[in-house]
Design a binder for this molecule. Structure first.
Ligand code: GLN
Length: 407
């Protein structure tokens, strides 16, 4: 992962494609050479390169936390009913999308649905209470304090005429659940929160880690919301270019016109990249290149190979760990996908997930007990890796209770 992140940084730092968002005056002036990449692994380790401390406007990436908050407060089904979860196939600020969708805001991840989500956030009718709920939640996701970018907020508030139309069109269709001007103001403010690429990667890591912040270890939201929000991100994270993105990157990701992108691979990582120059759809050019490079290089893909398995809980490990592997054997000698699972084991109180090099077939067979089975991982990043215990091992496997693994 370290190598992939550094390579991506070196490879794309000189890429000069795109231009800063200019419809929000503040964003036009952010130094466009800035570039940072940060990955948050489930054990809280951060792998990063470049300007990962620079504070930039979170913009549309903020739609993700507020959508999660609305689902946490109301349950996913109510959000589906009141806002929706469909792709619009249209730009993020489309008014046409509202008309075409038969008065439905479509999804909390485009402007109309995001303003509707802000209107839903409790306490309804209380602007400062809502704002506190949203910022507290965002800080818990990111694991550290955040500061509103006042200038950005002012700049955006003075020029957000299109969004004002959206808020009132929603009102016309009865699809906004609090005062339209207040909901719009909350939305504009949340877009103006400052974040760093590192904080965004931790936010992504918290989503990937089923609601538990990997750095603070705090449970931020209900685990059942992860698949819901990831499905929304996968569906519309890049607006009208979401299909192209997911096809070429394999990772659900959400962009913002501030130049940030956050990607989520459940159980594996949160990844964020930031660079201000955008393509024609408002998505950071360098950040897209970087994330795609890393996922493709490491073979990390939501739709393929071992990542389709999600490990939900673990049994007591009893005999298995001591019978098979002295733990130090694994320390440091494994690539991240394996280490990730080990970490989950360590964090779990009734832990038992076992990872082992699987070239010793006899041992593997013996490892299988009634309630356990061997899950084999065939992952390109692991090919050719030799572990000292099993010598040559193209595969690694884990022992999980069948009920703990969904394929
Ligand atoms: N605040 C911006 C807007 O509403 C966010 C857009 C974006 O990041 N795609 O126009």
């Amino acid at each position: 992962m370290n190598e992939a992140v550094n390579e991506a940084y070196e490879k794309f730092r000189g890429d000069d494609g795109g231009k800063n968002a200019d419809y929000i005056p503040f964003l036009a002036n952010v130094p466009s050479q800035l570039f940072g990449i940060s990955v948050c692994l489930p054990d809280g380790e951060i792998v990063e390169a470049g300007d990962t401390d620079y504070v930039f406007g979170v913009e549309s990436v903020s739609k993700v936390p507020t959508a999660i908050l609305a689902m946490e407060q109301y349950g996913p089904d109510t959000v589906l009913d009141q806002i929706g979860a469909d792709a619009t196939g249209l730009p993020f600020n489309s008014i046409m999308a509202i008309l075409l969708e038969n008065d439905h805001p479509s999804t909390p991840l485009v402007n109309a649905g995001a303003i509707a989500a802000c209107s839903m956030v409790k306490p309804v009718g209380d602007a400062s209470g809502k704002w506190k709920a949203i910022t507290d939640f965002l800080e818990k996701l990111c694991g550290s304090p955040l500061v509103l970018q006042d200038e950005l907020y002012k700049s955006e508030s003075e020029t957000n005429f299109n969004n004002r139309s959206i808020a009132w069109l929603l009102k016309n269709y009865d699809r906004i659940y609090d005062d339209p001007d207040m909901s719009l103001d909350i939305y504009t403010r949340q877009c103006s929160m400052g974040v760093t690429a590192r904080q965004l990667s931790i936010c992504g890591g918290t989503i990937a880690n089923r609601g538990v912040n990997p750095v603070t270890h705090e449970r931020v939201f209900d685990a059942a919301i992860t698949p819901k929000i990831v499905s929304m991100i996968a569906t519309v994270g890049f607006y009208e270019h979401t299909g192209d993105w997911i096809f070429s990157s394999g990772i659900p990701a959400k962009t913002g016109v501030g130049g940030g992108i956050v990607g989520v691979l459940p159980g594996v990582m949160g990844i964020a990249a930031f660079s201000p120059k955008l393509d024609g759809s408002g998505n950071s050019v360098r950040a897209q290149h970087a994330i795609k490079y890393i996922t493709n290089k490491l073979g990390l893909n939501l739709f393929g190979s071992y990542l389709s398995a999600s490990i939900r809980r673990f049994r007591t490990e009893g005999v298995f760990r001591s019978a098979f592997f002295p733990e130090p054997l694994f320390m440091g000698s494994f690539l991240s996908p394996v280490r990730i699972v080990l970490t989950l084991r360590n964090e779990s109180s009734d832990s038992s997930a076992l990872i082992f090099g699987s070239s010793g077939a006899g041992r593997r067979e013996r490892a299988v007990r009634d309630e356990l089975f061997v899950f084999r991982i065939d992952h390109p990043a692991l090919h050719g890796v030799r572990d000292p215990f099993f010598r040559k091992s193209p595969f690694f496997g884990g022992l999980f209770h069948p009920a703990d693994v969904s394929l």
